[in-house]
Write a protein of this length. Structure first.
Length: 160
């Protein structure tokens, strides 16, 4: 089993082209990468902000693309109820998640949080921000693809 992490997909948010330099059709590229990488026994942790609108459509597209388990750490744009997300195929829906992985305690959140542990988060898009042990998963640097936890922890700009 592999644990993959992705964040701030913002499916359907046209302004992401202008605001964050995402290419036209970035949604299809993300979904293809998920289909290619995330296998049946894997888990994909999404750190929030799945989509901008058409919530039914984009959540269904993501569920179809992902063969593994889908865990959502809700972001500021994920305003539906936990029951709604579970009904769309999510296996776990939380506001924050703490796991012990490779002997390290990791807090997964949408926004950076103060913690004595490693924090892997999204939300800040193209901004580097590392308070304490925060690892901002900058989506544009990751070529619109999910990353393995070990890849994130071993990245040159990783803080832990």
């Amino acid at each position: 089993m592999n644990i993959w992490v992705i964040t701030d997909t913002h499916f359907g948010h046209e302004a992401m082209h202008e605001l964050c330099g995402r290419p036209v059709g970035f949604e299809a590229k993300i979904l293809r990468q998920i289909t290619h990488k995330v296998k049946r026994d894997d888990v994909l942790i999404h750190l929030g902000d799945i989509c901008w609108y058409k919530h039914d459509y984009w959540n269904e597209q993501l569920r179809e693309a992902c063969a593994g388990k889908l865990w959502l750490v809700r972001g500021n744009h994920d305003k539906k109820s936990i029951t709604w997300y579970m009904g769309k195929g999510w296996d776990c829906v939380v506001n924050q998640l703490t796991l012990k992985v490779f002997g390290k305690t990791i807090v997964f959140s949408h926004k950076p949080v103060e913690t004595p542990h490693i924090n892997i988060h999204g939300h800040l898009h193209n901004t580097r921000h590392h308070p304490g042990l925060c690892n901002n998963l900058l989506f544009i640097e990751h070529e619109y693809t999910p990353k393995l936890i070990m890849e994130i922890l071993n990245a040159p700009n990783s803080i832990h």
